[in-house]
Design a protein around this ligand. Structure first.
Ligand code: ZN
Length: 176
């Protein structure tokens, strides 16, 4: 400790990147495409929503509790490959999940962001994805978050159920 964290949004930390890569040793191709192809595994894979063009899932190595990934169906690293409909869906889904996270977790704020390329911190550079990360006042680093009593010590499964219920309450479609 004692290290100053002036950047609140720091998913490019190497330990994070390594953990993400290590999480999928059997799927060097693309775990998002694998999840897309296997809807029967949605619960085990913590997939929260499927729409015509996007899939929403929980990050197995969350920066904070409730860290989500939004990914288009198309396996591409390039935002230019998405058509206007897909981009509009992205905006809608970001709006919807910000609301789910805020209501379910009572977060004080959120980060929404994309990393392009490994040098920019993308753990899966081939398939673009959007991070949605709930934030709480004072959670200036990961230790502060996990060590803080206000943050619910939920397992991934418990968090999945909580967010899934929140999404159903708001009437979102395509919830597994
Ligand atoms: Zn992919």
């Amino acid at each position: 400790m004692g290290e100053k964290h002036s950047n609140l949004w720091a998913p490019w930390r190497m330990e994070y990147i390594r953990s993400l890569a290590d999480a999928y040793p059997d799927q060097p191709e693309c775990f998002i495409c694998d999840y897309l192809a296997h809807p029967e595994g949605d619960r085990a894979n913590h997939v929260l929503q499927r729409t015509g063009r996007w899939i929403i899932l929980m990050n197995l190595y969350p920066y904070t509790s409730g860290h989500l990934l939004l990914a288009p169906h198309m396996h591409t690293p390039d935002l230019h490959d998405l058509d206007d409909e897909a981009l509009l869906d992205h905006a809608r889904l970001t709006r919807d999940w910000i609301r789910v996270l805020t209501e379910a977790l009572h977060c004080d704020g959120l980060n929404v962001g994309m990393n392009f390329g490994r040098c920019a911190g993308a753990g899966l550079p081939g398939h673009l994805h959007v991070h949605v990360v709930p934030r709480w006042n004072g959670d200036t680093n990961f230790m502060a978050v996990t060590g803080h009593t206000r943050v619910m010590p939920l397992s991934l499964d418990e968090m999945y159920d909580k967010l899934r219920e929140g999404a159903q309450r708001l009437g979102l479609e395509g919830i597994p």
